[in-house]
Design a protein around this ligand. Structure first.
Ligand SMILES: [Zn+2]
Length: 727
């Protein structure tokens, strides 16, 4: 592993400027440093557009590899992932028990495609899938097969002819190591990408039982309850074991070709992913059910929080991704375009995946072509060096120690609600991993948002205090910092000194028919900025739950509690206590920092109820706490996800148009254009050259006044990028 870290540390660290309390400027802290290693040893940053062809067993001899190579060329794909081995070998393997496709005969479709891609100067990843095996494997090595909690060997859930393999035993550690070694020796791909390599739930085979016992002294957990202590121990062991496997395969691969890598399709720990990877791909292929269209961008932001600016690919399906798994289907053009745009706007490089070399429904070919042509034409504006967001939203990465009280159910909704509020406000923001709150990681941000980040160690609280001391602002909700990292409730908030309030021993809720009184500051005779556009409301609905707190300092009173009163019979529906001085939003300034604390679960309530009033209150409070002009402000109708990036000689403002009746439940049927006016702050010390609308490929109508650019965007269909040349 030593070698790997030496190579990784050769990143090009550009001078960093601390700007937390000052004006916004181009910044490039190490976490977002451009991944820029010596060309001869790395290929990772080169491919911008990926193509994945996953062959099915009867493809050899039936599908036309030249059609695919021609398509890759047409769409300017510069990276390919091609089926090689695992469940089925698409080359003439000599590894015993490695099943050659029954249709392979004397052919080598994998080798043919690799050669074709190489001629086009594409990077090539070999795809392996170790999660299932045939009867002959079972017969030769019954201990390679996964076992259920009842002690039975696991049949494959989707194909009864196959057996599910154990990911943490000799099947992967020995057999698949041989397979990967053979693929490397014969074809020297740039890496091996393994699908479903990390197991299919807890395996109770003899190896797993013994190995887990040796590690923990415990028997394997019988459930996957995240707050169960044995399951937590299992998760820890599972991660360690998978890291060993990653290291083993990566070592075998590099031995043959030092620049090649093992690339896991997913790993349970994002921080370790950031440490071990040189290139990362996320596998969130499409929407299903009520997935928000911004979910693809959220995935990109969450992984970037630990991988920084290492190249990140976003795998997308051209088909329907629902529970009945129509893997060979084709999705609407509008849906694919918005999904991919969300990825690109959030710093991912597109990677389409298609199953089956023989095509039935070909409608997707044109759609992907159109998306990739725009991407190719604008490639230099998509080679980002850093995001320019000044707002960071903290998320809990692998926090399994919180959630058994009734008001702690659906705790993921806090983060979803806050995310959606930021999208509606069009705030450019990044996600921040709650395990990475050191100064280096927080340096780009002026405001950190903590949407019920309940479990925070004393060390993390100290890091947040340091952030505030250097001028950073905080916005926190509900039980933030009330628990330690082990899930033990503290007597008081870990951040009580910053919030200026103490925990008053209880959480109230669910509260029926309770309200928030909004009022003017009596002494100043004016409304606080957090009440903008709510001046005429008098009161709005309350949150569903709230933490009872005691203020330890003096606070303004823009938002106070109107307690629950009967909601039936109608004759009884009148407030028993019309007004209190119990604040539901605590606002204070400490030096250059602003601190906003909501004792209520306003973010989760926003996700569940979607009250526009809560959206406004969150928006205003975020802006008050940020206390600086946004980098980019987009006005006009609709729902638009806005991100801002810098490149070597330019900056970009991405706008993904989510305005659609099918926003909350896909798929989109059609794209509905909106127009926008955009105000952009020019980075300090830079001069503006040309400005272009990159997606529509038109010159922009713009004005430069003082330190701002004013751009008119007449039509955003699904996606527009303002590209600004800087000198
Ligand atoms: Zn096992």
């Amino acid at each position: 592993m030593k070698l790997k870290f030496q190579i990784m540390n050769r990143r090009n660290f550009i001078k960093t400027t601390s700007v937390v309390a000052g004006a916004y400027a181009i910044i490039e802290p190490a976490v977002f440093a451009n991944f820029n290693m010596q060309a001869e040893e790395t290929w990772f940053n080169r491919p911008m557009r990926w193509a994945q062809l996953t062959l099915v067993e009867n493809d050899p001899g039936k599908f036309d590899p030249d059609f695919w190579l021609g398509y890759f060329k047409q769409i300017h794909a510069d990276g390919a992932t091609l089926s090689a081995g695992g469940i089925v070998a698409y080359y003439p393997t000599n590894v015993p028990l490695h099943h050659r496709s029954d249709w392979l005969a004397n052919s080598d479709p994998f080798g043919y495609l690799v050669e074709g891609c190489r001629k086009m100067n594409m990077s090539v990843l070999a795809r392996s899938d170790p999660h299932a095996a045939r009867q002959n494997v079972y017969d030769a090595h019954p201990d390679w097969i996964a076992v259920t909690a009842n002690g039975e060997k696991r049949r494959h859930w989707a194909n009864k002819d196959l057996w599910v393999t154990c990911a943490l035993g000799p099947y992967n550690f020995e057999f698949m190591t041989q397979v990967h070694s053979e693929i490397m020796e014969r074809y020297q791909p740039d890496g091996i990408f393994s699908n479903r390599w990390a197991g299919s739930g807890i395996c109770y085979c003899e190896h797993c039982k013994t190995n887990f016992k040796d590690y923990s002294g415990l028997d394997l957990p019988l459930n996957s309850n995240p707050i169960d202590k044995t399951f937590q121990k299992y998760s820890e062991w599972n991660t360690i074991r998978l890291k060993e496997l990653w290291t083993l395969w990566d070592g075998v691969i590099r031995k043959v070709k030092p620049a090649s890598r093992f690339i896991p399709n997913g790993f349970p720990d994002k921080v370790i992913t950031g440490q071990l990877s040189d290139i990362v791909f996320t596998d969130h292929q499409a929407r299903s059910g009520a997935t928000m269209p911004w979910s693809n961008g959220k995935g990109a932001k969450e992984i970037r929080a630990s991988i920084g600016m290492k190249p990140l690919g976003g795998i997308f399906s051209v088909g329907v991704e629902e529970q009945y798994r129509w893997k060979d289907s084709v999705q609407t053009e509008a849906e694919i375009r918005v999904w991919v745009a969300e990825g690109t706007a959030n710093g991912m490089r597109p990677w389409f995946t298609k199953f089956s070399g023989v095509l039935y429904d070909k409608r997707w070919l044109d759609i992907v072509d159109k998306i990739y042509q725009v991407h190719y034409r604008n490639e230099s504006y998509l080679r980002n060096t850093a995001p320019l967001a000044r707002v960071g939203m903290v998320f809990s990465d692998g926090n399994r120690n919180y959630g058994s009280e009734k008001w702690q159910q659906k705790s993921g909704d806090h983060s979803l609600g806050m995310y959606h509020a930021l999208i509606e406000d069009r705030t450019p923001f990044e996600m921040v991993n709650d395990r990475l709150l050191d100064q280096e990681h927080l340096k780009p941000f002026k405001l950190l948002i903590l949407p019920n980040i309940a479990a925070l160690s004393t060390e993390k609280c100290a890091q947040l205090r340091k952030f505030v001391e250097s001028g950073g602002s905080l916005l926190a909700t509900f039980e933030t910092s009330l628990y330690d990292e082990a899930g033990i409730r503290r007597n008081d908030f870990g951040l009580t000194d910053l919030f200026g309030v103490s925990f008053d021993k209880s959480v109230e809720g669910p509260m029926q028919n309770s309200y928030l009184r909004l009022k003017k500051d009596a002494a100043l005779n004016q409304f606080h900025p957090v009440l903008k556009d709510l001046e005429d409301a008098y009161r709005i609905i309350n949150t569903i739950n709230m933490v009872n707190v005691i203020p330890r300092s003096s606070f303004p009173e823009p938002v106070t509690l109107i307690p629950t009163y009967p909601d039936l019979p109608m004759e009884d529906v009148y407030p028993r206590i019309p007004e209190t001085n119990i604040r539901e939003l605590y606002l204070r300034s400490i030096g250059k920092s602003r601190i906003a604390y909501f004792p209520g679960d306003i973010d989760r309530t926003f996700w569940q109820i979607m009250s526009a009033d809560h959206g406004k209150l969150l928006r205003n409070t975020i802006r008050w706490a940020l206390d600086e002009e946004p980098i980019a402000e987009v006005t006009g109708p609709g729902v638009i996800d806005v991100t801002v990036w810098q490149q070597e000689a330019s900056m970009t403002v991405h706008m993904v148009n989510l305005t659609n009746p099918m926003m909350i439940k896909g798929p989109f049927r059609e794209l509905i254009p909106v127009a926008a006016k955009v105000t952009i702050k020019i980075p300090q010390g830079r001069k503006v050259g040309g400005i272009k609308l990159l997606v529509s490929d038109e010159k922009a109508i713009f004005d430069v006044r003082e330190d701002k650019i004013f751009v008119s965007v007449p039509k955003i269909l699904d996606y527009e990028i303002i590209g600004i040349d800087l000198s």
